[in-house]
Design a protein around this ligand. Structure first.
Ligand code: 5GP
Length: 194
């Protein structure tokens, strides 16, 4: 599980990590009440649902964790994770509130906090997206500061200063965890005759 403040670069990092690890790492598809952005596909990027449907998922116990992030609800469907864990490893890319729920409910989960090099750098990245007003940037920075201040319980912390370096570090954590945890996917052994 990779968590970290909005704008730290979780999505880009996860793509780089998935390209590096030898065995498949399925990216969990969350449910959300936020509207799709340009180019996002329902069922691939998120399951886009309305508030009633999301409330139904909570009431039915269908979510492994959920949180309200900047006025929208986000949650990890348990069925998706269970189904894919049976075959291999699943990666969750979620916020810090959700991460705390995973810590309590999934003791074998490997919890990785992605930190920005500094809050100034996070502000620069949020501004460079060009999609946020200064008000919203200030709100995200305040939230990031709170999240990072209470995040001492992660198994690993990775600073996203350089994408290649951070992706290598996360890939190494995954490899080490696969070797250590029972039930994780077996390491692929190369057969020289193939
Ligand atoms: P965005 O709307 O930019 O796709 O995501 C906003 C924030 O919600 C990001 O920090 C993202 O990691 C987080 N998020 C996405 N899916 C989930 C989820 O299933 N659970 C939780 N707790 N946070 C999520």
């Amino acid at each position: 599980m990779i968590a970290g403040p909005s704008g730290v670069g979780k999505g880009t990092l996860v793509r780089a990590v998935r390209a590096r690890v030898p065995d498949e790492l399925v990216l969990s598809v969350s449910a959300t009440t936020r509207r799709p952005r340009e180019g996002e596909v329902d069922g691939r990027d998120y399951r886009f649902v309305d508030r009633d449907a999301f409330a139904g998922m909570i009431a039915d116990g269908d979510l492994l964790e959920w949180a309200e992030v900047f006025d929208n609800l986000y949650g990890t469907p348990s069925s998706f994770v269970e189904e894919h864990l049976a075959a291999g490893d699943v990666i969750l890319e979620i916020d810090v509130q959700g991460a705390a729920q995973i810590r309590d409910r999934a003791p074998d989960a490997v919890l990785i906090l992605l930190r920005p090099p500094s809050l100034d750098e996070l502000a620069r990245r949020l501004r460079s997206r060009g999609t946020e007003s200064e008000d919203r940037i200030a709100r995200r920075l305040g939230e990031a500061e709170r999240e990072l201040a209470q995040a001492s319980w992660f198994d690993h912390e990775v600073v996203n200063d350089d994408l290649e370096r951070a992706a290598s570090q996360v890939a190494a954590i995954i490899e080490e965890s696969r070797a250590r945890l029972p039930g994780s996917v077996p390491q692929r052994t190369e057969d020289p005759s193939e």
